[in-house]
Design a protein around this ligand. Structure first.
Ligand code: ADP
Ligand code: ADP
Length: 236
């Protein structure tokens, strides 16, 4: 199992009261899965995504990556985990406006200590893998929304992480370009050479249906966890 949560709780203390954002989450997620996390506002979706990506730490319970506990890692080990093991995709792309597409894609390699020149071939390949090889020198303002999000996906892939976490990746796109981004995310999970775990938080019904597994949260608890028939069939 790539990522496994056991009895995870995340409690925020707000004005002397406890807010239980996650309340007893048991969840096992594997490479090859494209998972949608759904549920009403305040259900705990973002908190769950942050814990999966080691952006946040549970108040109690265990989070294992490839069998090793990551819930209690120190700051340094946590940032290393985020850099090498996880790619993040955001609703508003979070691209740097002054950098070209390939330079944006190279940013994680720079954080990992590489020079821009050394990172260039891998950044170019990553852009090609999302179908944007011909947009390498464009700046974000010169790209459509769907293209910007694909640049963001290419950036998430830059360090070749086994886990991709996306927060409302289609939330700022129309249905056609949203669909393109979902196609790319689904293909990353199903990549036969290197299957990945792709988890996206979404309010978009079509996006949730596009995923092969849907985890629905209510009040910090898992209310339903369903898999598409073909995803179940692929396992037997
Ligand atoms: P969702 O993403 O499903 O909208 P969140 O994970 O953002 O839900 O929030 C779950 C609950 O935790 C909500 O009640 C929210 O108000 C609370 N919460 C989230 N982040 C914080 C925080 N930093 N401090 C206090 N409460 C928080
Ligand atoms: P879509 O692909 O969603 O129809 P647009 O109609 O916005 O997107 O853009 C069409 C093409 O024009 C895109 O491939 C994009 O790279 C290019 N483009 C869009 N805006 C600009 C711009 N301001 N400068 C240069 N090229 C642009």
């Amino acid at each position: 199992m790539l990522l496994e949560l056991r009895e995870v709780e995340r409690v925020y203390r707000v004005g002397g009261a406890d807010v239980r954002a996650l309340d007893g989450i048991d969840l096992a997620l594997d490479a090859g899965e494209f998972v949608a996390v759904t549920g009403p506002s305040g259900a705990g979706k973002s908190t769950l995504l942050h814990i999966l990506g080691a952006l946040d730490t549970p108040s109690s319970g265990s989070v294992r990556f490839d069998g090793a506990e990551i819930g209690g890692l120190g700051d340094r080990a946590q940032s290393e985990f985020r850099l090498r093991r996880v790619g993040f995709v955001f609703q508003f792309f979070n691209l740097l406006p002054t950098l070209t597409a390939w330079e944006n894609v190279a940013v994680p390699a720079l954080l990992g200590g590489q020079s821009l020149a050394r990172a260039r071939p891998a950044a170019t390949r990553s852009l090609e893998s999302v179908g944007l090889g011909d947009r390498a020198e464009h700046r974000p303002a010169e790209l459509s929304g769907g293209q910007m999000q694909r640049v963001a996906v290419a950036r998430a892939l830059m360090m070749d992480p086994p886990v991709i976490l996306a927060d409302e990746p289609t939330g700022n796109l129309d249905s056609k370009t949203g669909r393109e981004v979902l196609d790319v995310l689904g293909a990353l999970a199903k990549d036969t050479a290197a299957p990945r775990l792709v988890v996206m938080v979404t309010h978009d019904r079509t996006a949730a249906e596009w995923a092969d597994r849907r985890v629905s949260l209510v009040d910090g608890k898992i209310r339903a966890d369903t898999r598409s028939a073909d995803a179940v069939a692929a396992e037997v």
